[in-house]
Design a protein around this ligand. Structure first.
Ligand SMILES: C=C(O[C@@H]1C=C(C(=O)O)C=C[C@H]1O)C(=O)O
Length: 394
């Protein structure tokens, strides 16, 4: 298994959709970065300028009127405000998968949140609530703040490192006009992909750290152990069942494999289930994404109880972390990936978030460790590992 499997097979190698104006140059912002970039199996979609900011309800119509795409992000919170727009310029380019040298990113001068007792306490509380029978699963996350000397962090270098390090992930960079920050990441998880009415989704849930440093046998054994873990299989089934129940009514047919398979990122093993189907006429990629988001892979089960617990115990706003990032064209084709393994990069600061699914068998220490491993995905693009962060932690 490798990370290439993170995408539905039908999404790989599909030529660039013709509905997008195929302009050779994408106008960058002052920093040289485009406002929106997303690399998928189809290539890299780069977009800049805002022709029209759109609501979710108007997205499909706006794409049709402008004969273009709608791009952007949905926040984690289903009641939060999306950032969706028809760009002035948009173009698909071939994804550059050739290895690039790492781009230098300045080192942080301080870090906050690498070790979080608040997180461990929240996990313990969640496990207690699960035992009380209030809910089955909740995904709890935490944030790591890195502080830099003013203006030394270069978002473009971080983005290029993400592309170089994670050549088959959903690598994204979106400028948030309200904050001026770039929301960036390398997500392994496709929430919805639509191509000519064919729909795919590849939820991940159930994780363990890779053991590549210990050798290929140890690493493979760690993956096999995850595949056999009753705790992780149950956690995973919760996600698949919920997505099937929510996506099913939008589909004429939906195939759900009976068991998950392993999916590897450079840092983690995951359980994943690649589901595919045919959408009912008129259902768009954004409709399908909205129907399933936030899935129990990022929220919990039942959804409302999990949302209440997240709002109660997480000491920060997730914002776009745990939300969706993607695009849709006038025909309803599109791809929406989960905003994970990501961070916000702004002047003098980078804030990374990571979460883990808490179920009956979870322990605070293990989930804290799992979130640290997940944080290391984005840290690598900053030229850092967990030890580097520990050295400047306050
Ligand atoms: C919440 C995150 O990851 C999610 C949670 C997973 C899990 O709990 O096993 C696995 C993949 C993602 O769906 C994250 O990376 O921040």
């Amino acid at each position: 298994m490798n990370w290439t499997d993170a995408r539905g097979a039908e999404a790989v190698g599909v030529s660039a959709p013709s509905a997008v104006p195929n302009e050779s140059a994408v106008r960058g912002t002052e920093s040289g970065m485009t406002d929106f970039a997303l690399s998928t199996g189809r290539g890299t979609l780069e977009a800049s300028g805002v022709r029209e900011r759109v609501s979710e309800g108007r997205a499909a119509q706006a794409a049709a009127e402008h004969e273009s795409v709608v791009v952007g992000m949905l926040p984690f919170d289903p009641e939060g405000e999306p950032l969706l727009f028809v760009p002035e310029h948009a173009a698909w380019t071939t994804r550059n998968e050739s290895p690039l040298p790492p781009f230098d990113v300045a080192r942080p001068t301080a870090a906050h949140g690498l070790d979080s007792q608040i997180y461990r306490d929240a996990v313990a509380l969640a496990v207690a609530r699960i035992h009380e029978g209030t809910l089955d699963k909740v995904v709890l996350s935490r944030a790591l703040d890195l502080c830099y000397d003013a203006q030394t962090i270069d978002p473009e270098a971080v983005y290029r490192n993400l592309l170089a390090l994670y050549s088959t992930a959903y690598v994204f960079s979106v400028r948030n006009p309200s904050t001026g920050e770039y929301v960036m990441g390398a997500s392994p998880e496709l929430v919805v992909g639509v191509e000519d009415g064919r729909c795919s989704t590849h939820p991940l849930a159930g994780s363990s750290a890779r053991r590549t440093a210990d050798g290929p046998t140890e690493d493979a054994q760690a993956g096999e152990a995850l595949l056999r873990s009753a705790k992780d299989r149950a956690e995973h089934a919760t996600v698949v069942d919920d997505i099937a129940a929510r996506l099913g009514p939008l589909c004429a047919s939906l195939t759900v494999p009976p068991a998950p398979t392993l999916l590897a990122t450079p840092q983690l093993w995951h359980l994943g289930t690649a589901m595919s189907g045919t959408l009912r006429p008129g259902v768009t990629a954004l409709d399908a994404a909205r129907a399933v988001h936030p899935t129990p892979a990022i929220c919990g089960m039942p959804r409302n109880e999990a949302l209440d617990l997240i709002r109660e115990v997480e000491p920060y706003e997730r914002g776009f972390y745990g939300g969706l990032v993607g695009w849709m064209d006038q025909h309803g084709n599109g791809e929406w990936a989960l905003n994970l393994r990501s961070g916000r990069v702004g002047e003098g600061r980078a804030t990374l978030c990571a979460g883990a699914g808490i179920v009956s068998g979870s322990t605070p220490q293990n989930e804290h460790h799992e979130t640290a491993v997940k944080l290391s995905t984005f840290l690598a693009a900053l030229g850092l590992d967990l030890d580097d962060v520990a050295a400047v932690s306050r």
